[in-house]
Ligand binder design. Structure first.
Ligand code: GLU
Length: 455
């Protein structure tokens, strides 16, 4: 039996990208479905692109999105080290093997890069390598078709003449991505490579390396590109792509997981809303699409709204605490019910909640409405009769509102707009009785007193 072993292999060059989260999620779902293992490997061989704190950040973002690892730099494992920069001796064994077999060759730093060194033999330059800097290049055969199988795309063939001999070891002694990636996938016994389509053009080089080193190929799946709505490749230039910033903006991890899973994949029954566990249960590589997947922010906002409506009360309490918003316990529950229906993100929820706690901030135009004769009649009526209303009963509050309407003969929005503006700061919004219930008697009374002009 093959043990499914997959890996997520980011380069620590910044924040976790939405595309990275998708790759991690698909690998995670695949491995969980088959009770395999998922490995985190840090591909940090490009020392110039390394960013401090990137690895911690990455693990934190993945953790928040419930992607955890069986092996990796933070949890250990029998195939470590899991930082490529700590595996130089392993790469060295294998590049020497390639050199010895004449599948790779040396180019020294001071040599004319336009000359052809393909015929050079390792034995002849071994001595020079001791005190001269060099790179190691892989010898790509001429006039050959390099073919491999992609689980989504089927058999793929590449004309070897279109490939240039790539550098596999740089002059600083570090391997390049291609070489380290292949050596590690083999050494770490990776059975399935699931990664973004941008790596498809590199795959023939990897396939050659496997062949030269006499290793079995893992199964390859290249995930469709993520696109902006104008079909260009999703990038920082057109908006946020960092998972962390979506979490900061108030997108719930569960919504983000659900949304990102649908970028290029869907369950067979086409359900749109599902949990990570449901995704794992339904995950299957055949349901991944080949064409690019468009990132639609509006859809993400909609989906987040769905999750906010299902959100746990305890989560809301924690969230308020984090933002130093303290609300009376009894009121919090009512406010929670109101704001979760009206918000698409946690930040919107926070702003909505603040309306019930902080002083309202009126604009000049608001005073035109608040100071009108009819509005003042309403406020006066509320002020004079509020004492008799039972604020524990939504029905009683609603009856009171009807009473205002009947007594003053002010109906519909002529009544609701100014009243809502006075106690909620906006003329449109939740039902007035619900606002009043959430505010309670004292706060409602205080807000009305504030807009009442004494004559
Ligand atoms: N280090 C590559 C990246 O940053 C990994 C690509 C692969 O999975 O082979 O995406």
């Amino acid at each position: 039996m093959i043990n499914e072993r997959v890996r997520f292999a980011p380069s620590p060059t910044g924040f976790l990208h939405l595309g990275g989260l998708r790759t991690a999620l698909f690998n995670f779902a695949f491995c969980k479905k088959y009770s395999g293992k998922i490995i985190l490997r840090i591909e940090d061989t490009d020392q110039s692109r390394k960013v401090d704190g990137a690895v911690t950040n990455l693990i934190e973002s993945l953790n928040q999105c419930d992607v955890t690892f069986d092996e990796g730099p933070h949890v250990g494992g029998e195939f470590g080290p899991y930082f490529q920069s700590q595996r130089l001796d392993i790469y060295s064994t294998y590049y020497k093997k390639l050199l010895e077999n004449n599948d790779a060759y040396i180019v020294f730093n001071d040599e004319d890069p336009n000359l052809d060194y393909r015929k050079r033999r390792y034995q002849d330059v071994k001595k020079r390598m001791i005190d001269q800097k060099f790179v190691v290049k892989l010898r790509i055969p001429r006039n050959e078709l390099i073919s491999f199988f992609d689980e989504l795309r089927g058999q793929i063939e590449f004309d070897s003449n279109l490939l240039k001999d790539p550098i596999i070891i740089k002059s600083d002694g570090y391997p390049t991505y291609h070489f380290a990636n292949v050596v590690d996938d083999h050494e770490m016994k990776i059975s399935h490579v699931i990664r973004g389509e941008e790596w498809l053009p590199s795959c023939p080089i990897h396939v050659l390396l496997y062949k030269y080193l006499g290793w079995y190929l893992p199964k390859f799946t290249h995930l469709p590109l993520l696109l902006n709505s104008d079909k260009s490749k999703l990038s920082k230039r057109q908006g946020d792509v960092a998972v962390e910033s979506y979490l900061k903006k108030g997108f719930l991890p569960s919504a983000l997981i659900n949304f990102v899973s649908l970028l290029g994949w869907h369950p067979s029954d086409d359900t749109e809303i599902f949990s990570m566990n449901e995704m794992i249960k339904n995950f299957n590589i055949e349901k991944i699409q080949k064409g690019g997947a468009v990132f639609d922010l509006e859809k993400l906002r909609w989906m987040n709204g769905v999750y906010i409506k299902k959100m746990d009360y305890s989560y809301y309490i924690k969230f308020l605490k984090k933002h130093d918003l303290s609300i009376d316990k009894k009121k919090t529950e009512i406010i929670f019910e109101i704001v979760k229906e009206r918000s698409l993100t946690l930040l919107e929820m926070l702003e909505e909640s603040k309306i019930f706690v902080n002083d309202l901030d009126f604009k000049n135009d608001d005073f035109k409405v608040l100071n009108s004769q009819s509005s003042q009649l309403i406020f006066k009526y509320v002020n004079d009769n509020i004492a008799s209303v039972d604020f524990n009963s939504l029905i009683d509050i609603a009856t009171f509102i009807n009473q205002i309407s009947e007594t003053l003969e002010i109906k519909g929005k002529d009544l609701f707009f100014p009243l809502r503006l006075a106690i909620y700061g906006k003329s449109k919004g939740p039902e007035i009785p619900r606002i009043m219930e959430a505010l309670g008697r004292d706060e409602t009374e205080g807000r009305i007193a504030r807009v009442l002009v004494n004559v």
